[in-house]
Design a protein around this ligand. Structure first.
Ligand code: 5AD
Ligand code: SF4
Length: 456
């Protein structure tokens, strides 16, 4: 049988990356072979993000380009999945009539049937965007756990522990595109991790929109399990070398979670803790439910517990009503915490969100100028933070070991480049590397040769 080819272009966050893996895994069962370009694919799926206006624009401009390809190859099928699909639904068909199917964030498991119906000519357009469809995910995830991964290569995987979000930060589209927060049962998560580790996976990242509130809403067991407890259980899976998680709302960061750092050997000392603004007035308008002072207490507790922890954050610049004084408070927070790195974005209005209705929008030119100031200071701090590692010997997990320069990652999530080892190594192997050069985005070093090897 001629196998069909599939190309998925993923936009946005790790949740989407994981969903794309699931789609590949599901469609591999029906004989679809993943290829690396739309021009070679029978089916093209854009797994989309709508977190900022720009992310959404990118999707529509790529769909525009695909229209031309489809004119040359009319048999090609084009689908939209993810957050833009959820948000825009059938409006996408009227704007982009060459799109064949639209699948929302909770409906990807329907893709095999959708493609079959299109193949059989039963329909010409397919739409599946139901949200909050009574958590269809547990049996579905269960099913996936027992299927071989589409790409058996690799040494790290994401494991979804919850979906959706209940926080309703005033700027954020996610509760509208991903639905209500639901936690996945502990036993399913542990089973998936155990299977992955037995297949040779070395690093697991637990995924959710707000992992810190795992088990708190819609508890899936009579006695809800906290995120910290889940972390302990996953960390104890024999053979798991590195454990990470993303992403967290500071308001739900518990003392119990702080205590996990320094206690669980394989929990990486790296924490992505989005703060969004350094001004209490703006944090209130954002509905973040914490103050700068409370945030700083949590940072201090983490650093006390685990001094080497690397902190990263997300920052929104130019939220409606942000004055120069509010922005200065954000700069002050950056100077105080001295993040190892951050993702910073100009505020943009999104559909359905409360802040879209706020007056007092900040001028585009002011947003750009503030963003440049923020990023300039962050770059300088990132460089200084990286320089703190000079001369240190750190454990690096190899990510690519092909050319003369290899690449790997420290437990603190820093990228390290280093000359190839004398012996061949696989991605996922750990080596000791001495850092001898620090740039603002990465480190360089040399493998520390064990004394026994020097003798030979
Ligand atoms: N405008 C700009 N940035 C946003 N983010 C979320 N919503 C918006 C918006 N409307 C940023 C936040 C979040 C990150 C994923 O994207 O910083 O943490
Ligand atoms: Fe983008 Fe948010 Fe959707 Fe992830 S959950 S794809 S970041 S809009």
């Amino acid at each position: 049988m001629h196998s069909k080819t599939l190309y998925i272009k993923t936009f946005g966050c790790q949740m989407n990356e994981r969903d794309s893996e699931i789609i590949e895994q599901l469609l591999a069962q029906d004989g679809y072979l993943a290829v690396d370009g739309a021009d070679k694919a029978d089916v093209v799926i854009l797994n989309t993000c709508s977190i900022r206006a720009k992310a959404e624009q990118k999707v529509f401009s790529l769909l525009g380009q695909l229209r031309e390809q489809k004119q040359l190859r009319p048999g090609m099928r084009i689908g939209v999945a993810g957050c833009v699909a959820q948000q825009e639904g059938e409006k996408i068909f009227s704007r982009m009539p060459h799109v064949d199917f639209i699948v929302g964030t909770q409906q990807i498991y329907q893709l095999p049937e959708i493609l079959q119906r299109l193949d059989q000519g039963a329909t010409s357009h397919e739409l599946a965007t139901d949200l909050d469809a009574a958590f269809a995910i547990p049996p579905f995830q269960q099913l996936l756990t027992h299927q071989p991964p589409a790409n058996p290569e690799g040494f790290r995987r994401f494991v979804t522990i919850m979906q959706g979000c209940n926080n309703y930060c005033s700027y954020c589209v996610v509760p509208h595109t991903r639905g209500r927060e639901v936690s996945r049962p502990v036993a399913d998560i542990l089973e998936e991790v155990e299977i992955l580790v037995s297949q040779g996976i070395k690093e697991i990242t637990l995924l959710g929109q707000n992992v810190n509130s795992y088990g708190m809403t819609n508890p899936v067991a009579e006695t809800p399990t906290s995120f910290a407890r889940l972390l302990r259980l996953v960390a104890a899976v024999p053979g798991l070398k590195r454990l990470r998680f993303t992403t967290s709302n500071p308001k739900d960061l518990s003392a119990e979670l702080v205590a996990c750092f320094g206690e669980l050997d394989n929990l990486c000392p790296h924490f992505h803790l989005p703060v969004q603004s350094g001004s209490n007035r703006i944090l209130r308008l954002m509905n973040r439910k914490y103050t700068v002072e409370e945030y700083l207490e949590k940072v201090a507790a983490l650093r006390e517990r685990c001094p080497q922890i690397a902190l990263a954050t997300d920052m929104i610049i130019g939220f409606p009503g942000e004055s120069e004084a509010d922005f200065e408070a954000t700069m002050e927070l950056l100077r105080t915490v001295r993040y190892h790195g951050s993702f910073s974005f100009k505020y943009s209005d999104r559909p359905h969100v409360r802040s879209a209705e706020f007056s007092d929008k900040v001028e585009e030119s002011v947003k750009s100028e503030r963003l440049a100031r923020f990023q300039g200071l962050q770059d300088q701090i990132s460089l200084e933070r990286n320089q703190e590692q000079l001369g240190q010997e750190v454990e690096v997990m190899v990510e690519s070991a092909q050319s003369e320069m290899w690449k790997g990652r420290t437990t603190t999530n820093h990228i390290v480049h280093f000359p190839a080892a004398a012996q061949p190594h696989q991605p996922g192997d750990c080596l000791l590397v001495r850092i001898d050069h620090a740039g603002k985005h990465s480190l360089r070093g040399n493998i520390v040769v064990p004394e026994a090897e020097i003798d030979h």
